[in-house]
Write a protein that binds this ligand. Structure first.
Ligand SMILES: NC(=O)c1ccc[n+]([C@@H]2O[C@H](COP(=O)([O-])OP(=O)(O)OC[C@H]3O[C@@H](n4cnc5c(N)ncnc54)[C@H](O)[C@@H]3O)[C@@H](O)[C@H]2O)c1
Length: 270
């Protein structure tokens, strides 16, 4: 079933909102976000085209439009850097103009990097870059998206991708943990401030997900040892994250905002 944006707030959900779902998201190399799209489509009795679902990918990858169009010519990729406020505004404006209904309903903030180093040697450049892309980038995209919704008096839904690293400490992850902890805190504030506009804001905190980034950080003996620490004794598959994001964007989650949903096979319960 296509996830529907819904709000139990002062702005009522639109009757037709499930007809045009716009995924505005980052992440191309990794499969995580594309899998959200696939997840919503394969559970739909009709094709995503008939339902009017359009995907907008925002990513530094210059091939992002080609990648988006692999899912259908009506999808769009806009290359650029989420650290730029102008780019964030441009993505929203282009997405709105591109959609026949001038509507954009869902933002999934997924752009992220990891710089692994011991805290005592981590460079200032790696620290700044990690905080800027992971935390500031998520904020700028959310701000541009929310301003559009507020101006047009439409409800919407944001899912920020944090990490278990925002909840617990991970060796050699100082900047990454700080950026993801920041996303969890920011999510609560945005949810608090924007609930009155019918905008729900949640985040998820996955354990290792078997994407390119996940392989880069956890392939090898360290990863194998880490896996044994997870009660489920395995890492997550991208579609196990996709299904959670789809849930948070659906009517089933209409009363959930400001939440951090940990998807970690039990790792952080210890
Ligand atoms: N894979 C994991 O194990 C894991 C676990 C927990 C959380 N996460 C988080 O999930 C999100 C997606 O991770 P992934 O595993 O798919 O990673 P990935 O490296 O496969 O994909 C990240 C994407 O972000 C894009 N990107 C990087 N910098 C950018 C910028 N400045 N502007 C725009 N786009 C930019 C990259 O081009 C890439 O397509 C990240 O925020 C990551 O921190 C991943």
């Amino acid at each position: 079933m296509i996830p529907r944006v819904c709000c139990a707030s002062r702005i009522k959900p639109q009757k037709t909102i499930d007809q045009v779902v716009f995924y505005l998201t980052n992440c191309v190399r990794g499969r995580m976000i594309v899998d959200i799209f696939a997840y919503s489509c394969k559970n739909s009795p009709k094709s995503h085209r008939l339902l009017g679902v359009r995907l907008v990918l925002a990513d530094t990858n210059p091939e992002v439009d080609t990648i988006a169009k692999k899912w259908g010519y009506w999808h769009l990729g806009i290359p650029g850097d989420v650290r730029s406020r102008d780019y964030a505004r441009d993505v929203i404006e282009t997405a709105v103009g591109y959609n026949f209904n001038e509507r954009v309903d869902i933002l999934v903030n997924s752009a992220g990097i990891v710089a692994l180093d011991n805290a005592e040697t981590l460079s200032e450049e790696d620290w700044d870059r990690t905080i800027d892309i992971n935390l500031k980038g998520s904020f700028l995209m959310a701000q541009a998206f929310a301003n559009h919704l507020i101006k047009t008096k439409r409800p919407g839904c944001i899912v920020n991708i944090a990490s278990q690293a925002g909840v617990i400490a991970l060796d050699r992850h100082a900047a990454y943990c700080a950026s993801k902890g920041g996303i969890i805190a920011m999510t609560k504030v945005l949810a608090l401030e924007w609930a009155k506009y019918g905008i729900r804001v949640n985040c998820i905190s996955p354990t290792v997900v078997l994407t390119e980034l996940g392989h880069k950080a956890w392939d090898g003996p360290v990863g194998e040892a880490f896996k044994k620490e997870i009660p489920a004794e395995r890492f997550a598959e991208p579609d196990e994250i996709a299904s959670i994001i789809a849930f948070l964007c659906s009517n089933a989650a209409s009363m959930i905002t400001g939440h951090n949903l940990v998807v970690d096979g039990g790792y952080t319960i210890k």
